[in-house]
Design a binder for this molecule. Structure first.
Ligand SMILES: Nc1ncnc2c1ncn2[C@@H]1O[C@H](COP(=O)(O)OP(=O)(O)OP(=O)(O)O)[C@@H](O)[C@H]1O
Length: 470
């Protein structure tokens, strides 16, 4: 098999199992309103999530908004059955990325695409509609393959394929760990969504026949092409695709750091490109704060003092390591708080149950690692806490004080809130000179001011947070 000259080395991808599909995607914007027990102090916050949904039309009319578009879905050349699916999901107008990308993605002969647009602006619909548009439903063979970095994201993408394809005869299958029943020899589904390790394995064992594949999508493409991460596995999948006919390669992400851009250009040659400027990377509807904690231990106390704010909508707490996520969730649970934790060391079934419960609002606070930093779309999440700031691989740095922040992961983490124009807030915990300097680097790189909130003054903190969500 021909191989690219790039020298990769890759740890195993984060993934796991089970075939149960996640709950369907939220159908309407008003679902951003969460069901909570309303107390005086929380009323404004709840109201604000409702207000946001009402202003979507204004945002889509504003040419500077990433949600803006001049066209309608009808003008984008989609099949009638897909239009029905889109409207059934509660979408009324395309977003900017959908409006710009879809005509290019659907044109014939097919052309590759490298598409960038801020988190929560509707990239999934753009590539899902392309896959669905290109499938010949009378041929029972895999024709479109989509890879994502985590099983949680693969399951979410699949729920969009199923919802948008509701009025088509599309058949789908996962390529995620432990999903296919033992002894499956031949997958006949049209669209396969999975993680790169399992996809490679199934194609290699000829369980998935790729001879008719005509669309290959990488969601979170910069992550999927990362040469210190999933890049090698992703490349393996690409190298197994047919050469007898052109395969349309589609790369999407909110971030494309310079070090992967070159590789992306080789991976998807002659691609149409939609790019963001550096200062456009994160959306303006996410207000960013930081809290100056006294010590690592104090971070825990501050998190606990925030608990009543965390459960107003839903919130995600990001830690750098699995053991930190476990430790703080066990401690909080022991102290009577209701929190869930999710990371890559849990088994597949458990991961599915935890994310599904969170998606359904049965859990309000999710303590996790970078495993769900990317792509996860849960509209009710109005707060993200960076308990630990995201860092580039510590092992690559001799001096611990030099560890640099992982700007891309930061952008993706805070993007778990503020979905499709909703308001959201993010809070970074800093507790010493090193973390302070890391946060300054984030501020500089993103060009967005991060506002201080006093850890001692809970009332002011609550006030500021409510204002941000209004
Ligand atoms: N045209 C539309 N009208 C209304 N809602 C939409 C539209 N397009 C997408 N959405 C909704 O917006 C939310 C965010 O979309 P999506 O998850 O595709 O974002 P994304 O750009 O892939 O974000 P990320 O970079 O975080 O992966 C989803 O809940 C989706 O259903």
């Amino acid at each position: 098999m021909e191989k690219d000259a790039e020298g990769f080395y890759a740890p195993a991808p984060a993934e796991a199992s089970s075939s149960t599909p996640p709950p369907p995607p939220a159908a309407e914007l008003t679902t951003a309103k969460t069901e909570v027990t309303v107390t005086e102090a929380t009323t404004d916050l709840i109201k604000s999530t409702f207000d946001v949904s009402v202003t979507l039309a204004d945002q889509q009319a504003n040419p500077t908004s990433p949600l803006h578009s001049v066209k309608t879905f009808e003008e984008l050349g989609l099949h009638q059955d897909l239009l029905k699916g889109i409207y059934d999901m509660g979408f009324s107008k395309p977003s900017k990325i959908q409006e710009r990308a879809l005509p290019l993605l659907l044109a014939n002969p097919p052309q590759n695409m490298i598409g960038q647009s801020q988190s929560g602006t509707g990239k999934t619909a753009a590539f899902v509609l392309t896959m669905l548009s290109r499938v010949d439903f009378s041929l029972n063979k895999p024709q479109a393959i989509c890879l994502a970095p985590s099983r949680e994201l693969a399951r979410q993408i699949m729920s969009v394929v199923v919802a948008m394809g509701k009025f088509t005869p599309v058949q789908t299958e996962y390529a995620i760990k432990d999903n296919l029943p033992r002894g499956t020899t031949n997958v006949t589904a049209h669209i396969i969504v999975g993680t790169p390790g399992t996809m490679t394995d199934l194609i290699r064992r000829k369980v998935i026949d790729v001879s008719e594949v005509k669309v290959f999508v990488l969601d979170e493409a910069d992550n999927m092409l990362d040469q210190d991460g999933l890049g090698e596995q992703t490349l393996r999948v690409k190298n197994m695709l047919p050469r007898s006919h052109p395969v349309q390669i589609i790369l999407f992400s909110a971030t494309f750091p310079d070090n992967v851009r070159n590789f992306a250009n080789k991976f998807a040659p002659n691609a149409n490109k939609i790019e963001l400027k550096r200062n456009e990377l994160s959306v303006t509807n996410i207000r960013q704060f930081y809290m100056d904690c006294k010590s690592e231990e104090h971070k825990y106390d501050v998190l606990v003092s925030l608990y009543h704010l965390l459960v107003i909508g839903q919130s995600i707490i990001f830690c750098q390591h699995r053991h930190t996520a476990d430790r703080i969730s066990q401690r909080m649970t022991a102290e009577g708080h209701k929190v869930a934790s999710l990371h890559g060391a849990k088994d597949a079934q458990e991961r599915d149950t935890i994310i599904d419960r969170f998606r359904e609002g049965k859990e309000k606070v999710l303590i996790t690692t970078n495993v769900i930093a990317r792509g996860i779309d849960i509209l009710q999440v109005n707060m993200v806490v960076n308990y630990d700031l995201p860092l580039l691989n510590e092992r690559d740095h001799g001096n611990r004080n030099d560890v640099r922040p992982d700007i891309e992961t930061y952008i993706h983490r805070i993007g778990r809130t503020g979905r499709f124009g909703r308001k959201g807030i993010s809070v970074n915990f800093v507790h010493d000179k090193r973390t302070w300097s890391q946060m300054e680097q984030i501020e500089q790189a993103t060009g967005k001011h991060i506002v201080r909130i006093q850890t001692t003054d809970l009332d002011t903190m609550e006030e500021q947070m409510k204002k941000a969500l209004k």
